[in-house]
Design a protein around this ligand. Structure first.
Ligand code: UD1
Length: 424
């Protein structure tokens, strides 16, 4: 039995909504628990499917994991298995983040190639090259990354691109390597700062978090800690776009507005009034129809690729023409076909999309292809005439805890319906 959403158009979202911990941080922090024997506690975990999936990944290598509401207790034994190839591995991208900690602790890992959103090619060459620089061999065999080292030593590593996942894996291996590792062109995302903060709490020596040069002084061992996950800036931004698109008035808490500076600036250009509350959240009011704005996706502090579907969705109902440039994932514009079903005037050419805003979208059955594209379709459905059916909503459930409940509380009308789809 599959589920779909019936999204009734014409909503104006008003009220307050709280954002919980970031999906793209919590899963890596859970993997970091592998680095220390004992019980590590991670709080402010979002209640999304990927958290129990990551717990299964950790159990498969020998951890005991208890999830109690928004808290995960991960007990890591002294003897871990180096094989992470359970079925859960293929269900999420972040599962690959056990590679660094396993190589760091055991000097050996067999890690199944990860799953995750179908948003374009997602190779692991930078992860592997980084581990090789630290002294490990790394190959892909029978669907797994295989890495092995006699011992890990510090190294100078230049990344071709500031990859989030490669930075995390190299970092988690380097904290237990002998000597100093310097990662240049490292990712600077707030989630990288979060994992560095947690690793330092565990006894690691890391400098430069949030800059493009990370310097890691290897230590003998790490100890468990208790760490609170940072608020999810992508979910926070989703609410900001939701307010702008529905000409609403939302107060969003639980997220640091400094992590959203560029996003909020773009929405101001679109005509929104935005007030920020230091470190805590923001209020966004959209008094009239949004004006068109151009967007270019880039690694942080650029405009996040994960927000590109919302940039497109906003542009479809804005006054004027927007150009959206996707620089990170080549297949991420695929969902524009679904927006066109909703009456959007949008076309793509390579990694550019041109969107001419229309006054109102028109409801139709559409299919979510990944987490953010799915959420973007929900927001578009709120701006359409009639009832938009959104299928394959399990994608949305992977990233947004209580999304429908929150939307309905804020003034939307969305029904979650369990039926079989009839695709034409
Ligand atoms: C993470 C996020 C994802 C987000 C992305 C970019 C998680 C679970 N996912 O994904 O939501 O969209 O950051 O902000 O945190 N690349 C290579 N070789 C590599 C590694 C990456 O070519 O070894 C390329 C990728 O194909 C992509 C770019 O680098 O074009 C960025 O990828 P990366 O930053 O690694 O993204 P993820 O960590 O997979």
């Amino acid at each position: 039995m599959s589920e779909h959403f019936d999204v009734h158009g014409g909503a104006r979202l008003v009220g307050e909504v709280e954002v919980v911990g970031a999906k793209n941080s919590v899963l890596k922090l859970m993997a970091a628990a592998l680095l220390a024997e004992g019980t590590t506690t991670v709080t402010n975990c979002p209640q999304i499917l990927d958290v129990p999936l990551m717990a299964d990944v950790l159990r498969s290598v020998g951890c005991d994991v208890v999830i109690d509401g928004d808290t995960a207790h991960i007990t890591t034994p002294s003897e871990l298995s180096h094989r992470a190839d359970s079925a859960a591995m293929g269900k999420l991208r972040a599962s690959v983040c056990v590679l660094g900690p396993l190589v760091g602790r055991l000097k050996k890992a067999v890690v199944a190639l990860p799953g995750g959103d179908a948003i374009g090619s997602r190779p692991l060459d930078m992860h592997q090259n980084g581990l090789r620089k630290l002294g490990a061999t790394s190959t892909i065999e029978h669907g797994c990354v295989v890495a092995e080292a006699d011992g890990l030593h510090g190294a100078q590593i230049w990344l071709d691109f500031p990859s989030v996942g490669a930075t995390e894996n190299i970092l988690m291996a380097a904290v237990l390597a002998e000597g100093t590792t310097v990662i240049d062109n490292a990712a600077r995302e707030p989630e990288i700062v979060d994992i560095c903060t947690m690793l330092v709490e565990m006894g690691a020596k890391i400098e430069g978090a949030g800059t493009s040069t990370l310097t890691v002084e290897g230590v003998e061992s790490l100890h468990p800690t208790e760490h609170r996950v940072i608020g999810d800036r992508i979910v926070g931004a989703t609410w900001a776009f939701a307010a702008a698109m529905t000409r609403g008035d939302l107060t969003v808490t639980g997220v640091n507005p400094h992590h959203l500076e560029l996003v909020l600036e773009k929405l101001r250009l679109a005509g929104a009034d935005v007030t920020t509350f230091d470190g805590k959240g923001f209020r966004i009011v959209q008094p009239e129809r949004p004006r068109s704005v151009d967007f270019v996706t880039l690694p942080y502090p650029g405009f996040a690729t994960d927000l590109q579907p919302f940039a497109v969705a906003l542009s479809t109902v804005s006054e004027g023409t927007s150009m959206i440039t996707e620089n990170v994932y080549e297949a991420r514009f695929r969902f524009i076909e679904e927006m066109v079903r909703l009456g959007a005037d949008a076309r793509t050419d390579g990694h550019h999309a041109v969107v001419r805003g229309v006054e109102k979208l028109s409801s139709a059955p559409v299919w979510a292809s990944d987490i953010r594209a799915g959420a973007g379709l929900v927001l578009a459905g709120l701006c359409a005439d009639g009832v938009t059916e959104i299928w394959d909503v399990f994608h949305i459930d992977r990233g947004y805890p209580h999304f429908v409940e929150n939307l309905n509380r804020l003034g939307a009308r969305i029904d979650r319906v369990a039926t079989e789809p009839e695709r034409s």
